[in-house]
Design a protein around this ligand. Structure first.
Ligand code: FAD
Length: 434
């Protein structure tokens, strides 16, 4: 007989990218069992599939996997994966800390397949509201609404939710994606469906890692096409991954950032933004420059760089996409007609307000309207709300540079799991001090 009572979970995870996969691992390895359910809107596990370009590499060491920094003996580590699939010795011979993104994706799928509990795919969380309390007192349960693509819906109760819905693709102002204008997040899906012979003039806008990778890929994949790179800077800038700078991604750096003054937070962004934002790996820059040099020498003239330039308008004219480019050098605009424009123009950070809806009124904000977040990644809420709303992502202002990255997911997931368990047993969660 079907029960009308919704199922109740200690933890409901919203989104199942690497962050919540890492949390699922931490919960599974926790000595205090909790009940959990994870909902993911994609039909299967997918980590930026649209950008799994063949030679693209990770920008983080393989040791910063789902578990190792929290539990070096975890059976979910990248090393366990290599051992299990029979590539450990060859991986070590390769002497490279940075696997390809395709290999890392394979690792993520492997780890997911080892979880004891299945993930609910094709399941989009559409709303989170207060569950009826049936009386007085602070609400200790949330009602999570889930929709599947076939139109079915499901409701579950959660004592804690962990929101991890990821970065949001950003297009240039006033530009909309269509059949001929793509955001980089959709690049491979769209590229596979296109007749490559039709792509004779392609342009890529952006100055970061994705832009440079796509320029390289298109130049190599479309030998009959011209590729125009529209770059906002004078040229691609290198990502600083030197050892001292890289320390900003250490687990300890989260404490320094979280407990630091506003001046120290500002300094971290001022000095270390170039570890991740609008920068490109050395190896990609060098490879592109070599291509550009050879292109000029051989008089192919297929690869062009429009520097200090911005896209100000895109429209369809006849069979072409007309891109209006503004040069910051001459302060003049000119048109570029192309068969394809790829906007590798980045992402906005996760903003939990959207999914929280009305529930956001129970959450505390600072003077700039940003959420107040405990050291344990739990949103600070009003006394009416006793359940936990945790964030994986969207905490750049409180926890620093690694918020949307992989660098710290193992430790962060451990902190969240610890806090959930500690609160359940009435103890103080680690550093709930906001
Ligand atoms: C191309 C690319 C390469 C990158 N490479 C690196 C790298 O090498 N190293 C690094 O540290 N970082 C990298 N990043 C940064 C990136 O943010 C992290 O790698 C990682 O994706 C963060 O994991 P996540 O789980 O927080 O978010 P995501 O991986 O974005 O996962 C979020 C998930 O939530 C799902 N979702 C969203 N809304 C809902 C909803 N309402 N209901 C259900 N499911 C929902 C989405 O479908 C998605 O699967 C890269 C980013 C990009 C775009």
């Amino acid at each position: 007989m079907e029960s009308s009572e919704p199922e109740i979970f200690d933890v409901v995870g919203i989104g199942f990218g690497p962050s919540n996969l890492s949390l699922a691992v931490a919960l599974e390895e926790s000595l205090d069992p909790v009940t959990s359910a994870f909902f993911e809107r994609q039909p299967s596990l997918g980590w930026h599939r649209g950008m799994l370009l063949p030679s693209a590499k990770m920008q983080v060491s393989f040791l910063k996997d789902l578990a190792t920094f929290r539990n070096p003996t975890s059976k979910f580590s990248f090393i366990s994966y290599l051992h299990d699939v029979g590539r450990l010795a060859r991986f070590v011979n390769n002497q490279d800390f940075f696997p390809t993104r395709r290999e890392f994706h394979d690792y993520l799928e492997w780890a997911e397949s080892k979880l004891a509990q299945p993930v609910a795919y094709s399941s989009e969380v559409t709303a989170i509201t207060l569950a009826p309390t049936g009386g007085q007192g602070a609400a200790d349960r949330l009602l999570v609404q889930v929709r599947d693509p076939a139109g079915g819906s499901r409701q579950v109760h959660a004592r804690n939710v962990v929101i991890s819905t990821g970065l949001v693709p950003r297009m240039p102002v006033g530009v909309e994606a269509d059949e001929f204008v793509w955001h980089s997040s959709q690049f491979l899906h769209n590229f596979r469906q296109r007749d490559h012979g039709e792509l004779k003039r392609v342009a890529v806008v952006g100055g970061g890692q994705s832009a440079a990778e796509i320029v390289r890929f298109l130049y190599d994949s479309l030998p009959g096409a011209t590729v125009s790179a529209i770059v906002p800077s004078y040229g691609y800038s290198v990502a600083d991954d030197t050892p001292f700078a890289n320390q900003v991604f250490d687990p300890d750096a989260v404490d320094s950032y979280y407990h630091g003054s506003q001046r120290s937070k500002d300094a971290v962004w001022q000095y270390h933004r170039n570890t991740n934002y609008s920068v490109v790996d050395d190896e990609v820059i060098t490879g592109l420059y070599e291509r550009s040099y050879e292109d000029e020498f051989s008089k192919s003239n297929r690869l062009g760089f429009l520097n200090l330039a911005r896209v100000v308008d895109v429209k369809r004219v006849g069979g072409d996409t007309r891109v209006t480019v503004h040069s910051m050098v001459t302060e003049e605009s000119y048109d570029l007609d192309v068969d394809l424009l790829v906007c590798a123009t980045g992402y906005d950070p996760m903003d939990p307000a959207e999914i929280l809806g009305e529930l956001d009124t129970y959450c505390a904000h600072d003077a700039e309207g940003r959420h107040l977040v405990g050291r344990d990644y739990r949103l600070v809420t009003t006394p009416e709300l006793n359940c936990g709303i945790y964030l994986q992502g969207g905490t750049e202002h409180t926890h620093g540079l690694a918020s949307s990255l992989l660098s710290n997911i193992a430790v962060r997931s451990g902190d969240i799991a610890h806090s959930i368990v500690a609160r359940r047993s009435g103890a103080q969660g680690k550093g709930i001090d906001a």
